[in-house]
Design a protein. Structure first.
Length: 319
């Protein structure tokens, strides 16, 4: 299950003569200096340059950009909107599928595949990958398309990225892998998919890493074996702070929850977001796991970093 998400377009708007233009940053082919362009009224055409500095002798006015460069600008918009038809035309016209845009801070940022993956456009992702888009390219924050798909819980796109061997454990600038993005957002389906594909938690001891993974897969027999072999019951992922009890709780694996509590797992341990296992179970709607955790001593009115109790999280998710 994936919770509702709001995909925000990371662009601004500028009004020129009554017309609203979405703005994007572009590095022209002759200079490292970005040229700010207004793109795409509602009908989707490249319409006007909002700003082009000619004071720098190395910066050419917008009219000097080649058709291929202009196509590269258009390709970001087509990917953002999931316009497969326009995307195909642009690629056939030699637009660069790995061209990067600029964000509003003037920082080199995303390729078309980032935009398509974040906005859930399966067809656009399929076309871009067929045309050799790089599945492991990072944006300004070193997030790959898989990071964005996992955060937004776009399962079909994640599967496409797996098919082309996207790196499952690549880290962004905050040291987060795609699995961490799914955990942060309580995207259970994305977590499950990544773990089935052998994505790794971030811990040092191999036994402890396996304990987290098997707790997620409802393998209670192996959980018990690892605990018998002295695996640390309270081991936590170094990025999200999730323990094996957090992981078992969010998936609702009752037998694993019980085994871990019997092994003296800390029932009120908090992760990096001050969430307890009870928060995670309640958020995911796992009533049996919630009951087991409460019977095991979980604090029902614990608050996370947003001052949310388990009850509030369950109510917000409609459980």
């Amino acid at each position: 299950m994936c919770p509702p998400t709001r995909n925000k377009r990371r662009y601004g708007s500028i009004r020129v003569d009554g017309t609203i233009f979405e703005a994007i940053r572009f590095r022209n082919q002759f200079s490292k200096k970005p040229v700010s362009l207004g793109l795409h009224r509602s009908e989707g055409h490249l319409v006007k340059a909002l700003e082009s500095s000619t004071s720098d002798p190395h910066t050419l006015p917008i009219r000097s950009l080649s058709p291929q460069s202009m196509s590269s600008i258009d390709i970001w918009k087509a990917a953002l909107d999931g316009d497969v038809s326009s995307l195909s035309v642009l690629i056939n016209a030699k637009a660069d599928v790995n061209a990067k845009d600029y964000n509003f801070m003037g920082q080199i940022d995303k390729v078309p595949l980032h935009h398509a993956a974040w906005n859930g456009h399966d067809g656009a992702v399929e076309l871009l990958l067929e045309r050799q888009a790089n599945p492991n390219v990072g944006d300004y924050f070193d997030r790959t398309p898989l990071h964005l798909a996992a955060e937004a819980c776009h399962i079909g796109i994640m599967q496409q990225l797996f098919h082309v061997k996207a790196n499952l454990d690549v880290k962004n600038s905050d040291n987060e892998a795609p699995l961490h993005m799914a955990i942060v957002r309580d995207n259970i389906a994305a977590m499950q998919l990544l773990l089935e594909a052998k994505a790794s938690f971030d811990v040092e001891n191999p036994n402890d890493t396996r304990l987290l993974s098997v707790a997620a897969c409802d393998d209670s027999a192996t959980v018990q074996l690892l605990l018998d072999d002295k695996a640390n019951v309270d081991v936590s992922d170094s990025v999200t702070g999730s323990t094996s009890l957090h992981v078992a709780a969010v998936f609702g694996h009752l037998s694993c929850v019980q085994i871990l509590m019997d092994a003296k797992a800390s029932v009120n341990v908090i992760d990096s977001y001050s969430k307890t296992p009870l928060h995670r179970a309640a958020s995911a709607g796992h009533a049996a796991a919630v009951q087991a955790l409460i019977m095991g001593g979980a604090t029902v009115d614990a608050v996370d970093e947003d001052h949310h109790t388990p009850l509030r999280m369950a109510a917000e998710r409609g459980h």
